[in-house]
Each structure stands twice: as C-alpha cells, then as structure tokens.
Write a protein that binds this ligand. Structure first.
Ligand code: PLP
Length: 445
C-alpha cells in the first residue's frame, strides 16, 4: 500500500525512541550519519522495509533513497535473498572454520572484477585498513596518498583532511587519531593531475600506495575526469607504488563490475588492490579486499602480513551477498540506471522551475544534487563545499514530510534499487514541486 503523501507526519514515536537511544548511545545512533545533525530534527526509527519502501515506528511509509547507504541494490526484503538467508540460518550462524559460501562469494567477485584473489572481512573500514597494511607490507614503504573528500571508513591513517595547498601533511580529522597515525598520509585535491605528479616527483620512492574512491560518492557524487583513474594507475606503477581502488560504494552498484567496469575494463588497466563492501554483503556485514596474486600472497597465513577476523566470511553474510550478486543481472543494472535518469532529471526540472541554482552529478546510477554551489561543475571537495547546505536542509525536510527518505546530508549520493518501480518513482516526483519551492525560499532567506 502506498502512502497518501500527507504533508505533516507526526514523529512522536521516533522522538521517544530517539530519547531512549540518547540515554544509552552517544548521539542516539550507531553511525553518525544516521543522526540528523546536518539537517536538524528527529531521525525516523524504521520497523520494516519492503522493496523501495521503509515504514517507521509512527506507521508512516517512505520511499527509501538511502538503500542502507548503498547495499540494498535489489531493494528491501527481496524474497530470494530472504529465503536463502533463512535456509542458511537453519544450519547454524557461524562456524569459525572454512565454509562453502565464502568460496563461492570470492569466486563471484573474482569473476566480476580484475582481482586475482580476495580476502573477506566484515566492513568496508576493515577492507581499506587491511589493504593499506598489505600495501605497506608489500612495498616496504610507509607513505599513503589519498584525496580530500574521499572517505575510506574510519581507519586512523585515512581519517585525514586536506589542508589548503597542493600536498599537505595531513591533519587528523578527529580527536583520538594521533598525529603519528596520519604523519605518513598525504592529502591531495581530487581530479588534480598536477598535484599527483608533484607529490610523486617529490616523494615517489616513499609512497606505498595511493588510495582513492573509484568514483567518489562521499562528498556528493564527484566522478573522476575521463582517464583520471588510468592516470593514477600509471603514475603509481611508474613509481613502484600500489594503486588501491576503493569500490566499497561503487562495487557491484554502478555496473556488474563496479566503477572498473565503466573505465578500467575499456581502458585496459587494473588496480593493484581493490576494496569492496555494501552490495556484496546483501545487507549483512560482509566486505572484501583483493588484487594481484603476488600482492595478496603476502597475506597471512601464506605470507607475513597479518590480518584476521572471527566473523570474516560469516556463512549468513556470505549467503546473502552471494544470492544478491547472483540476482544482480544486467537487467537489474539497466533498471537502476533508468530509474536514476528518470529521477535525477525530474529533480533538476523541479529545481529549475522553482529557480533554485543547482548541479546534478552522476556516476552511473549514483547521483547527487549540489544546492546553490558556487562552481559550474564540482570536481573536488572544495567545489562540493561551496554549496549552500541550508538550501538542502529545506528541501530534505519537505521531502521527508511527503514520504521520501533522502540521505540526511548534502554530501551524499542518493541510492536506488531494482525495486524502485514507476509507482515509487512517481511518489518521489510528486513530492518535488513543494520541496523545490521550500528550497527556493531557503535561497531567498
Ligand atoms: N569506503 C567507501 C568508499 C565507503 O563509502 C565506505 C562507507 O561508506 C567505506 C569505505 C567504509 O565502509 P564501512 O562503513 O562498511 O566500514
């Protein structure tokens, strides 16, 4: 049943749960971005999800444009994923021994991507943390290069913000990360070839790896300029550094082969290491890092670089992930791409009509909207930061009131699924004129 699109939705029960949550959990949430700090108000406590829809504790339905921050490519409670998980659970939930579904999931990842081998872990953070350790172990070097605005999980050495200038010694992005942890991290502006060339010319022999989001989605969607990833791969190779492509968000989402399917597969290069998460866990905690056989061979127990995990390759998580990937056919990707085109076009038109300056940027089916940015095109974090977040805030709440759950931050990708059918899309489209009007008023204010 679809919601009616009421414009005032009570959030009494969510507010009560939020208050309870605050007493026992810092900020009332288990991951900061779920709180509404950037937009104000009360996050909704969800009790169920089905297809493209979520239902909250107050009984309201929402079209979900978060999709669990990426994983739910098939939509919520997909019957075949559910059945596979239910079947797996009857055989126990964790063995602490090798099991078949982890091999099958690894085979599926190796078949879809250019990696020779993978190691399964439980979160994207673990995947990038382990990939960095492996790159350092393999090269015998310490320095890591990353880009401002790229998020790779809450790994100490990668929680670094850029200062201004071309290559700054990173400043820790949070208290609790010792200066020593980011001393060997260099942060550059995204899409800036000259900055990359300069830092490799100066420090190339010290650089273990360059890590980048394959197509950044954590500063809003800021795709690589054509050929940028290839340039990074070649630059790393020239200096004996490893190219680590983080596909935790894009992997198995923007195409069958992730972002690499959109660039590397055609341009004829491959990353030395890749990281995956989100979609490959089918809504469960499963992630992976993988790459060249000679690099992966350095990993314990085959090699000297230690890495481990009690729940790594968990049979339920790997069953959910494997079933999801097997169901993620070309038709699924075609549907999600088309839905993204329909929706992003409608958003752009609604904002145009209301006179709200904006930019819609895409990477395959991932897209985001920059409200009142001071640039013509967002190519890096500075450009993304030039938007007016108060305009997004007004838009966000108007959409929420009309039953559309957007990511509660202007710096996030919007996500769709195979379950976002015409009905769900129309519900979002119907909410747009009023939300665009609210955004226009925020622009004036
Ligand atoms: N890398 C990228 C590109 C991500 O988007 C994320 C999470 O959003 C991570 C790594 C960290 O993954 P996780 O939240 O599973 O630790």
């Amino acid at each position: 049943p679809a919601p009616t699109g009421a414009t005032t939705r009570s959030s009494t029960a969510s507010a009560e749960w939020f208050e309870r949550a605050h007493r026992v959990t810092p900020g009332g949430v288990n991951s900061p971005v779920r709180a509404f700090n950037a937009v104000g108000g009360t996050p909704r406590f969800m009790v169920s999800g089905r297809g493209a829809w979520l239902t909250d504790v107050d009984g309201h339905d929402y079209v979900d444009l978060i999709c669990s921050w990426g994983p739910m490519l098939l939509g919520h409670a997909h019957p075949e994923v559910q059945a596979a998980v239910q079947d797996a659970v009857t055989r126990g939930t964790s063995y602490g021994t090798p099991s078949r579904s982890e091999v099958e999931l690894a085979e599926e990842i190796v078949a879809r991507t250019p990696v020779d081998q993978v190691r399964l872990v439980s979160s994207g953070t673990e995947a990038t943390m382990s990939a960095i350790r492996l790159a350092r172990g393999f090269t015998g070097r310490d320095v890591v290069v990353k880009f401002a605005g790229c998020y790779h999980g809450h790994v100490d050495s990668l929680l670094a913000e850029a200062g201004s200038g071309l290559a700054t010694h990173a400043v820790a992005g949070t208290p609790g990360v010792p200066a020593a942890s980011v001393e060997a991290t260099l942060v550059l502006p995204y899409n800036d070839r000259a900055a990359v060339e300069r830092v490799f010319a100066e420090r190339g022999s010290e650089i273990a790896c360059l890590v980048t989001e394959a197509s950044p989605g954590n500063m809003g969607v800021v795709p690589p300029e054509p050929g940028f990833n290839q340039f990074l791969a070649e630059t790393c190779a020239r200096h004996g550094a490893l190219f680590v492509s983080d596909e935790v968000m894009t992997g198995f989402r923007v195409s069958r082969q992730g972002q690499w399917g959109l660039d590397g597969a055609h341009e004829g290069w491959r990353p030395d290491l890749m990281t995956f998460g989100k979609v490959m866990g089918g809504g469960f905690p499963a992630a992976a890092f993988g790459g060249r056989a000679d690099v992966m061979g350095m990993l314990s127990p085959q090699g000297p670089v230690y890495q481990a995990g009690t729940l790594s390759g968990n049979p339920i998580a790997t069953t959910a992930g494997l079933t999801t990937l097997r169901l993620a056919t070309d038709e699924v990707y075609a549907h999600v791409d088309a839905a993204a085109t329909t929706l992003s076009t409608a958003v752009g038109e609604a904002l145009d009509r209301a006179g709200v300056p904006h930019l819609v940027q895409h990477d395959g089916s991932m897209f985001s909207v920059f409200f009142a940015p001071r640039v013509d095109r967002v190519v890096d974090f500075a450009g993304a930061s030039s938007q007016d977040t108060s305009v997004f805030r007004a838009f966000f709440h108007a959409m929420l009131d009309r039953g559309v759950y957007l990511p509660p931050s202007a710096f996030e990708s919007w996500f769709l699924s195979a379950a976002h059918d015409d009905h769900a899309l129309q519900h979002v489209i119907d909410a747009l004129p009023a939300a665009a009007e609210a955004a226009a008023q925020a622009c004036e204010g």
